[in-house]
Design a protein around this ligand. Sequence first.
Ligand code: AGP
Length: 592
Amino acid sequence: MCGIVGCILKENKDVAPILFNCISKLEYRGYDSVGMATFNGEINVKKAEGDIETVDSALNFRNMKGYFGIAHTRWASTGKPTDENAHPHLDETGTVAVVHNGTLENYSYIKEELIKEGHEFKSTTDTEVIPNLIKKYMDNGLDLENAVRKATEKLKGSYAIVVFAKDEPDKLVATRMNSPLIVSYGKEGYFVASDTPAVLEYARNVVRPKEGEIAILTKKGIEIHDANGKKVPWRSEYIDWTPEMAQKEGYDHFMIKEIIEQSTAVRNTLGQKANIKKVIEEIGDVKRICFVACGTSYHASISGKYLIESLAGIPIDVIIASEAKYTAKTWDEDTLVVFISQSGETYDSRMALKQARKTSKTLAIVNVAGSAMSEEAEFVIQTQAGPEIGVAATKTYVAQLTAIYLFAGLLAGDDDLINQLYKVPTYIDEVTSQREYIKELSSRYDFADDAFYLGRGFSYPIALEGALKLKEITYIHAEGYAAGELKHGPLALIDEKVPVFVIIPPGEDYDKTMTNLEEVKARDAIILSVGAEGDEKIAKNSRMVFEINPAVKDIIAPLVYIVPLQLISYYVTLDKGYNPDKPRNLAKVITV
Ligand code: AGP
């Protein structure tokens, strides 16, 4: 998703090197174009399609002049990734500059209106209507703040914008609706950005403007105004994520660093036990729980379903957030709707959360403190994975699972389960310590066009998540299946060219999964099993095996068995020559 940054320095020195550094920290969100605008009497703009390094070596962002400016990484949604569509966008007179994250649902109507009034457009983006609207209102006599307010009143959809204008210089004006935006301050000056990693190096005191509020940044400080222009008091929180936490620290990629950090993510999230207990007490009795999430967070939710249904006997639904509106009709005051999201900003989940608040108790399990969903849900549990930069979720996933396991264990009063969780970090470290071996195993898979992942019961969501990791970073088509479902169709696709990953921990589903393993073996599939150390039956029936030591049982498997699958995807990606941190077409935070 697009990343936005704005900065105004306290002193009259050039802001460009700082802005450039900040926008580079948002690369992880996914982007296809980059641009910057600064002001030194005139608005200077440099922007182009391409990655930050390439565009910078052609345009040299860092020599731009002026003590304030805005920067943007664009992830194309409306209009192709082209130089012209890259942000910042100016109005047709070149006097109002805007960066925008989000999508405007009604931009084509506004554009038509503006064209009728004689305005001209250069790009095919939705964003370009914003500077033109602002300029129009400024020409009608409004100051910049009120012109921004009036312009945003016309917009439908999602936006976080930062604006400056030649006719009212020396200030940045920012606002948001359904898109994330933080304001922060440090020694050098005042910042606005779509996410904290952008500014951590310079400013760790973060203010989170509410939707519709307008932030005004000058070299003297920050003001936040409400929808009526009234000054509102703001409170800042200190972000204890260090800038180093968002660096590679000697690893080749964020993804491998984050896979290795999973034991710490679990350990730190276990530290939330007392908070989770309190949340459960405050929630009180519920008759039904409905998990709502997307992607990897959806897979964590399925683990939650298996766990809570088997331990606490509470009926659970798991809904993909973008499909939630149908189930939402059945939510009532006895339903707890649980939203799982690493970013806490996912648009589809947020829209479902808005809906759920009208009828039910809501709980958000998020990794980013102060994120939109943590503000909007009634109850919050914060996972403690630290910043995750790789687009493919890894450590945030095991942290989500840890929070869900604690929640389920505490809900059901199952001390045995909770005690087992404290051993998980060691199990994870044992797997990651074998990464050279996993690398070797992975080198045999880069040929594949398709792959299947099979698991039953607690291992079914592992299969789904294993397949997602493979497809999103290696671009190999992969499907996760409930092992018993294979014979109802997909078995037709299995032959001697297809890798099948079988997740088969010890436990009550073992024998049935073994039957499924034998079914694919009979079709000569290339089987790689993940099972308990020393399991000879698995070894005999599989082409390759990754052994989990010690032999954790199925109920704990989701927290451990996923790790070799993440590592396999990582190494296959490297063999194919792709960058695992930045898969094509994907973004870390999906705010549209
Ligand atoms: C995971 O690897 C993906 N990048 C993606 O599926 C992600 O889990 C999904 O977009 C949900 O994001 P969230 O957890 O921030 O809501």
